[in-house]
Design a protein around this ligand. Structure first.
Ligand code: NDP
Length: 683
């Protein structure tokens, strides 16, 4: 395959650099694969285009509409993935490595699409937390809301995940309604560019919502402002340089980094060589060393093992690592490819040399390496290398990240010692603990959680379903404090909210309801002649209310409910015992009886647009109900959410049950599905 010029996609068209660019050499065979340059690219115009074209286009879509676009894109890319695998092999990735990058990346789009549809409203605003009542008379309330920032999300990515790396950042920004500029690492930019071409060709994303910058991102960073963000993945050194860039500091540009990480995996002190957890530990360690040739930000670098188990772990790991076949991706039997470049190989070897100041190499010899289907001199091949620390406290093993197929076994004395050693990593993305002892797990988890973004506890029970130490998941937080960069990505909707501004809105109930699209207590109610259950989604309005009751509760009602349901708890059935109850002082009605009676008071029984009741939220029983109390229920349309792609939507009703004194007895939200139109079709 010939070398090709990688292009950028800027301001709605493909841009070819005006110079020769930087050559990218394949780590497989030393051949030139591509050239990369951003010469002649107006990067400030890219930022403006994102803000002026991409931003408004995204703002016109609701969370659900953005989710639908992402889902369609994920499915389209997945259907055409074969060509991406072929290109990925040139980066040194085996088929297993490519699956992590390519399928993992597309999976991110689908996961975010599904989360957004289920957990966000079909709207452009996200509510954060409950209403805060600020005045005694209820006329002055506040609520926190999230709205999309009006800027651009710039992402600067590492070379190791040319597909997953940009899609894991793109998906949450897109759902948040913020356009993205992707800057891939030069070494693997050709694969990112290929996927990007298919994205643009699909026409599924709004114009301006995604752009690609292959080359130098520095001038772009100087064009950013307070509504923009930068999400960086790469070395701690580059992260530190970018973070301190005056243009970013002066304008408070949101900056997050995900950098080097000395991730640890601990073998619990409870595990013996006969336990299934022993094999699980060793298998996970060797897998993490060899997937992507160890070039994973989440790979295990420090293997913490009880001192008496060190030899056994080394021998079991050796047996597995001896079976690893290093060579060109796709060649017969190859299970581990090269690292990404010759210079990366040099860096890894230099790091191993430094580690050898405090550890000895016990598996793998970089000077004698068998390579299948490739040449050890022109390709960037390395063997898996396992070291054993000679001094567990030595800084080298906790601070030097050899970003390749390298890990160090560190013996620990007891659990407190293991916890203390893990913290010496200065903050990591992930740690795992292999143990069958839940109390030991708690001790370790509480000790190390402040230093990590994600923790995995592995044992024989969850091993078959476990996604593994090294797999960041779209629904879980990815990132870590301190040395790991101090950032946080993914984490389901948490990742979306990173791109949105949280604002506290203060005002009257009516203003809050209008601004947030959710009725709040104190806002106007409309009690018309027509029962709200007779109204379709198109006709129903926030604040539409039905008041039912009063209904007097009798002792016979309570006795009947107890007998009928079998809930004969003494407070409802035994006058003497109930009298002794310090909260009730006598027989009280079941809370579920109150809720059932309330339904009887507000329901309109005839067939109509209300299709189903799918639950209640936030149910609280506030005042005991006694025989002869009279109940009234007030049901108010609180939130109306049409479902895209269905002929119905969700209506959340505010329900308040009061007694004859006006005291609230129960409060809750009733959740129903309601047809969009009276004839059942789309409105
Ligand atoms: P770098 O930090 O050098 O590069 C990461 C990204 O930043 C690339 O896109 C790079 O672009 C860009 N970049 C580099 N310098 C600048 C700059 N001055 N201004 C703006 N952008 C810049 O990391 P590498 O990818 O080269 O990897 C080096 C080491 O980082 C690895 O050996 C490993 O230790 C660590 N690493 C950690 C990862 C993690 O997720 N924790 C992932 C990958 C690497 P370009 O490629 O064009 O230079």
């Amino acid at each position: 395959m010939d070398s090709r010029m990688v292009e950028s996609y800027a301001c709605g068209r493909w841009h070819r650099a005006t110079d020769e660019g930087r050559a990218v050499i394949s780590p497989v065979d030393g051949a030139e694969v591509a050239r990369v340059s951003s010469a002649g690219l107006d990067v400030a115009a890219m930022a403006a285009y994102a803000r002026e074209t991409g931003g408004p286009a995204l703002a016109a879509l609701t969370f659900h509409e953005r989710a639908a676009a992402l889902k369609a894109l994920g499915l389209t890319l997945m259907a055409g993935k074969a060509e991406f695998y072929a290109e990925s092999a040139r980066t040194g990735a085996t088929e297993r490595d490519s699956a992590v990058d390519i399928d993992g990346g597309f999976g991110n789009l689908l996961s975010y699409a599904s989360k957004a549809k289920r957990e966000l409203p079909n709207d452009v605003i996200h509510l954060d937390g409950p209403v805060e009542v600020l005045g005694k008379k209820g006329t002055f309330l506040a609520r926190h809301v999230h709205t999309s920032r009006r800027g651009v999300a710039v992402q600067i990515n590492a070379y190791n995940f040319p597909v997953w790396g940009f899609l894991e950042k793109l998906a949450p920004a897109f759902i948040a309604g913020v356009p993205t500029i992707v800057k891939p690492a030069t070494q693997t930019a050709y694969l990112t560019e290929l996927v990007f071409r298919r994205i643009i060709e699909s026409g599924l994303l709004p114009e301006g919502s995604v752009q690609l910058l292959c080359g130098d991102p520095a001038p772009l960073l100087d064009a950013l402002g307070g509504q923009d963000s930068v999400a960086f993945t790469g070395s701690a050194h580059t992260a530190a340089t970018l973070r301190a860039r005056p243009a970013l500091v002066e304008r408070s540009v949101h900056f997050t980094a995900e950098a080097d990480s000395l991730n640890a995996s601990v073998l619990g002190a409870d595990v013996t060589t006969d336990d299934p957890e022993f094999e699980l530990y060793v298998k996970q360690l060797t897998t993490e060393m060899t997937v992507k040739a160890g070039q994973k930000c989440t790979a295990i670098r420090r293997a913490l093992v009880p001192e008496p188990m060190v030899e056994a772990v080394i021998e079991a790991a050796r047996a597995r690592l001896d079976r690893v076949v290093v060579g060109a991706p796709g060649a017969e039997g190859v299970t581990m490819g090269p690292v990404v470049s010759l210079s990366q190989r040099t860096d890894v070897l230099a790091a191993v040399d430094k580690l050898r100041g405090a550890a000895e190499l016990v598996v793998g010899d970089p000077d004698h390496i068998a390579v299948v289907g490739g040449d050890a001199t022109t390709g960037a091949y390395l063997p898996p290398m396992l070291l054993r620390s000679t001094d567990p406290e030595a800084p080298e093993v906790h601070e030097i990240e050899a970003f390749g197929p390298v890990a160090t076994i560190i013996g620990y004395r007891d659990t407190a010692h293991a916890v203390e050693l893990i913290a010496r990593g200065g903050g990591s993305l992930v740690a795992s603990l292999v143990t069958a002892d839940p109390q030991l797990a708690r001790e370790v988890l509480l000790g190390i959680a402040p230093f990590h973004g994600r923790l995995l506890v592995l044992n024989a029970e969850d091993a078959r379903e476990s996604t593994g130490h090294g797999s960041p998941l779209p629904v879980l937080v990815h990132g870590g404090p301190g040395r790991a960069g101090g950032g946080e990505e993914l984490g389901g909707i948490r990742g979306v909210l990173h791109h949105m501004q949280r604002t506290a809105i203060q005002g009257t109930p009516e203003v809050l309801a209008a601004a947030t699209g959710q009725w709040v207590a104190g806002a106007p109610r409309t009690e018309g002649d027509e029962h709200p259950f007779r109204k379709s989604l198109a006709e129903l309005r926030l604040g539409d209310t039905i008041v039912g009751g009063p209904r007097t509760v009798t002792l016979a009602d309570i006795g009947h409910f107890a007998e009928f349901t079998g809930d004969t708890f003494y407070a409802h059935t035994d006058p003497e015992a109930a009298a002794a109850n310090p909260l009730f002082g006598g027989i009280v009605a079941h809370g579920y009886l109150v809720v059932s009676l309330a339904a009887g008071l507000f329901v309109d029984p005839a067939p109509g647009p209300v299709l189903a009741n799918f639950g209640v939220d936030s149910l609280r029983f506030l005042t005991p109900v006694r025989a002869d109390d009279a109940l009234t229920v007030t049901l108010t349309a609180k939130q109306i959410t049409p479902r895209s792609g269905a002929d119905y939507g969700e209506v959340r009703w505010d329900a308040v049950v009061t007694n004859q004194d006006g005291a609230p007895v129960a409060t809750y939200d009733v959740l129903t599905l309601v047809a969009k139109t009276l004839d059942g079709g789309e409105s």
